[in-house]
Design a protein around this ligand. Sequence first.
Ligand SMILES: C[S@@+](CC[C@H](N)C(=O)[O-])C[C@H]1O[C@@H](n2cnc3c(N)ncnc32)[C@H](O)[C@@H]1O
Length: 298
Amino acid sequence: MAWVSLKIEAQDNNADLISDTLMELGALSAIIEDANAETIDEQPIFGEPGDPPPGIWQQNLVSALFDEGVDVAAVIQALQQTAKLGALNYTTETIQEQDWVRATQSQFDPIKITDTLWIVPTWHESPNPDAINIVLDPGLAFGTGSHPTTHLCLAWLTKTVSAGSSVLDYGCGSGILAIAAKKLGADEVVGTDIDTQAIQSSLYNAEQNQVEAEFYDANQYQSKEFDIVVANILSSALSVLAPALAKSCKAGGKIALSGILREQEAAVSAIYAEWFDMSAPQHMDAWVLLTGTKKCAT
Ligand SMILES: C[S@@+](CC[C@H](N)C(=O)[O-])C[C@H]1O[C@@H](n2cnc3c(N)ncnc32)[C@H](O)[C@@H]1O
């Protein structure tokens, strides 16, 4: 069995129309992607809680899948007529049947965070069995270690957690930061998230890694003080949560904040400077890690 993949160049004002029309014309699936994805011109678009839904990219690729034998020229002609479009740039490719599970798994290799910390999918051997290895498969909750924000937080935890530390992971997603903290020697580790799927994933991943950590729905979480607070959430949420996160950190304790884009760095840092002595920001791609030490009460 085989399929035909049809990719059509689209602008921000016609990508939805092309995608919807292709589905009406018999596509098995249709998705819109950034035409510049994984290039220097990639356009990061992220929704912030409370903001209007983000738009789509300026340059798009609409990718649709059809059964083998589809008459691509006829589809393009019908698309132009139905959606009232002029000439379209497109490419086609035949996709052969394959072992999809294996193909998906092959996209996820072990991720090296530092020499001593790796994230390893269950279907891989660890490249360094002597390192701290977090066993984690991609799932429904955010946090596989591949995203720069998670990477920055993990690397910071390796330098910050010491034996017996207490750690709060606010916005725990897959639980990856909480699990890392525990494996790095933390004593009490608590994770919290507004997404129930994230809590379930965190509990499952903690069990897979044979670590004990508590995970709570953010609405049920009872605030208390920790030595270390790490929160990898978007900047608008970090701004709103600043008083609560500051309250959760002991005087002299450490905080790490990520999910912040470079252009948001100054504003978030200024908010947290009310409670924390902020350190120099760290960067990876478009993303920022802000860290600080909680000021002692005067
Ligand atoms: C970018 S993911 C980070 C996941 C993981 N900690 C990591 O570093 O990969 C952000 C997580 O924060 C959660 N989140 C967003 N807003 C939140 C809020 N106000 N309170 C608690 N969790 C929140 C989301 O559900 C999501 O799981």
